[in-house]
Design a protein around this ligand. Structure first.
Ligand code: GLA
Length: 391
């Protein structure tokens, strides 16, 4: 099956509840779900005051939980070691590592004055891990939504997303921007989440044309560089901003970047060129989506990919190959545009296409990619999905 189906959320909910019964003998759990995300355009500029245009995808992490009357949290997740978090001590980084995301979210609620009761929880997921689709943001947002249910409280959505982002910074050590957690928290069915990262306010852009579909192709490679590479890119953009002597990238023009080329040095110059051009491209693309004018989207997505590959250097041969296969299929074959998505160094591509051609496109991408790399990719389609919610 080259275009993998998206399992209904109710299946994941039932599976998580069955696991909670099996491992901890709880009936009638509280459950929460949070989706992964894919970004259509606006890459590596959420931490540069730019615009980003992601959507929540029809792939979720679901957690089922129940109070356990103890002073600890007991966690189970497929293919992960069992974890126990003591609520008697301050939350700190510990083993197993996957539980740090949960420790980080618990810490965020404790910082806001909440007393966390002991609970047992089981997680199930169909968000690919390491696929550049923000499974970690989905985990954070699912846990935050679960804690809202357990504590019978509701955080404003923006605060919940920021709490999740802080968990990622402090407990996973990734200095990420706000895109992933905002997309997972704010996502809405049939809408893109346009985020102005300067003021941190999302705007819902309708995406309800029934003739369009979004294909996500996970290259199933993840290059080692990722963590250090992300922080290094972020540092380069800070150096670039300092070189043009501005407070925000939103006030920087390409002419100013060009003028500072010598002071920046070649690498920082190219990083800066990506930032300024990507902010411009994303603003134009957002207008195109708002007015359902899809004619220029392909060009913008292509320019974004090229810039990420050549100037920002976060692509890799497998992503380039997957994008070039989609580009070869072209408009005639139903492809409107394709590019790498997310942090890069592996992970997934996003392809905007005609719905009636999605299956054929996925088949070609699957076959050609596999033929050239001997790697079996994971390809599925999605429509914009609902963000984190209780089930
Ligand atoms: C990762 C980060 C995001 C964003 C993207 C690149 O997904 O978590 O904040 O910076 O990379 O656009």
């Amino acid at each position: 099956m080259t275009l993998q189906p998206n399992e209904p959320l109710s299946n994941l909910r039932d599976e998580a509840a069955a696991k909670l019964k099996l491992h901890f003998d709880h009936d009638q759990p509280l459950s929460a779900a949070a989706p992964g995300r894919v970004n259509l355009i606006g890459e590596h500029i959420d931490y540069c005051d730019g615009f980003v245009l992601p959507l929540a995808i029809e792939r979720y992490i679901v957690v089922a939980a129940a109070l356990n009357g103890r002073n600890e949290v007991r966690l189970r997740s497929e293919n992960q070691p069992e974890a126990v978090i003591s609520l008697e001590e301050k939350m700190t980084l510990s083993e197993p590592k996957w539980a740090n995301y949960i420790r980080g979210v618990i810490h965020g609620f404790q910082e806001r004055g909440h007393t966390i009761p002991g609970f047992d929880a089981c997680f199930v997921s169909n968000v690919p891990t390491g696929g550049g689709l923000s499974s970690s943001a989905a985990l954070e947002c699912a846990v935050a939504t679960l804690l809202e249910a357990l504590l019978d409280t509701t955080l404003p959505t923006k605060e919940k997303a920021l709490l999740a982002q802080k968990a990622e910074h402090d407990f996973a050590g990734v200095p990420c921007g706000i895109m992933d957690q905002f997309a997972s928290a704010f996502g809405q069915k049939d809408h893109l989440v346009l985020i102005d990262c300067q003021n941190g306010e999302p705007e819902m852009v309708p995406f309800n044309n029934p003739e369009l579909e979004i294909i996500i192709a996970n290259t199933c490679v993840s290059h080692d560089l990722s963590d250090g590479g992300y922080a290094a890119r972020r540092k380069d953009t800070e150096d670039g901003l300092a070189a043009v002597n501005k407070q925000s990238w939103r006030d920087v023009t390409m002419a100013e970047v060009e003028a500072a080329k010598e002071a920046m040095g070649d690498r920082v110059f190219r990083r800066s060129r990506h930032v300024v051009s990507e902010i411009e491209r994303t603003a134009v693309a957002a207008e195109c989506f708002k007015t359902s004018d899809y004619a220029n989207i392909g060009q913008l997505m292509k320019a974004s990919h090229d810039s990420l590959r050549d100037d920002f250097e976060v692509s890799c041969p497998e992503l380039d190959l997957m994008v070039s296969i989609a580009e070869e299929i072209g408009l005639e074959g139903g492809v409107l545009g394709s590019r790498m998505t997310g942090g890069g160094f592996g992970g997934s591509t996003v392809t905007l296409c005609r719905k009636d051609k999605a299956r054929d496109i996925a088949t070609i991408m699957h076959e050609k990619y596999q033929e050239k790399t001997s790697i079996t990719p994971e390809i599925f389609s999605t429509r914009p999905a609902q963000g984190a919610h209780q089930l």
